[in-house]
Design a protein around this ligand. Structure first.
Ligand code: BTN
Length: 263
């Protein structure tokens, strides 16, 4: 797989010497953290065929079976303040959409904030993690983790995911090359200019299926309904309640569902 991915990347691709491949690991984000602490440079890529402890947002698991998905993490060292990276998950979502579209010919939608959706099913998720330096509070490293369901068939998901999860192959109804998806997504991540907040969020809004929908905002056991109005330049969701009041909610505090189900 590693050689196939390298063969699909341009010969002068800036990150090509920093690709680490694991047939199985606990979590590429966890391994990326270890490498980052040991000093791994900007653009270090970790890719696994299988994860035993794939991690999702809000402490959830990410189902990561062998031979079917793509589990990838990239170490970034942008050298900026954490407040300048509030939109990192959105940027990674746009890069992943671009890469998937280029590999399989169909563009996923984005369910705010980090789920990529095709045919009303989640096909990919993104988990970004940051570490700051104690000295001046700048970002020491950021890890962008992306999990993509590539080749699964409908019966391949565990019962609890069977009504939510889908794969690229299920959506495009033809075989999907994981190596090609990996190469295209990695290239888009390398091309992303994280300082261009406004452009990134403009592109994010175009793919965001949550906008203009009635949604349920879930904070622990508390569920409230609202209309999703906008995504601001930090990647936060602007919502309006039935009484007309507005609130800007961040991805760390709420989970969003459609009024009648996952979407
Ligand atoms: C989510 O759906 O909440 C985010 C899922 C992110 C999964 C990816 S797979 C590669 C990387 N390693 C992990 O443990 N998680 C991310």
């Amino acid at each position: 797989m590693k050689d196939e991915i390298l063969s699909l990347l341009p010969a002068d691709f800036c990150w090509r010497d920093k690709l680490h491949y694991y047939s199985s690991t606990d979590s590429t984000n966890a391994q990326a953290k270890k490498l980052a602490v040991e000093g791994a440079p900007h653009g270090t890529i970790l890719l696994a065929d299988h994860q035993t402890e794939g991690r999702g947002r809000l402490g959830r698991n990410f189902h990561s079976p062998a031979n079917s998905g793509l589990y990838l993490s990239v170490i970034l060292r942008p050298g900026c303040k954490p407040t300048e990276l509030m939109h990192l998950t959105c940027a990674a979502a746009v890069a992943a959409c671009d890469g998937i579209q280029s590999a399989v010919g169909v563009r996923p939608g984005i369910k705010w904030v980090n789920d990529l959706v095709m045919g009303n099913r989640k096909v990919a998720g993104i988990l970004t993690e940051l570490s700051t330096t104690p000295k001046d509070g700048t970002v020491e490293y950021a890890i962008v983790g992306i999990g993509i369901n590539c080749c699964q068939k409908p019966g391949d998901f565990p019962t609890e995911l069977s009504h939510i999860a889908g794969s690229l192959a299920m959506s495009v109804d033809k075989p999907v090359s994981r190596a090609l998806v990996a190469a295209k997504v990695i290239q888009e991540l390398a091309d992303m200019n994280i300082s261009e907040n406004a452009q990134i969020i403009t592109r994010y809004r175009k793919s965001c299926i949550t906008l203009h929908q009635n949604v349920s905002l879930i904070r622990g056991n508390n569920v409230v309904h609202a209309l999703a109005l906008d995504v601001d330049t930090n990647g936060a969701l602007v919502v309006q309640f039935a009484d007309g009041t507005k609130e800007t909610v961040s991805s760390g505090e709420v989970s969003v569902r459609g009024m009648y189900g996952y979407i």
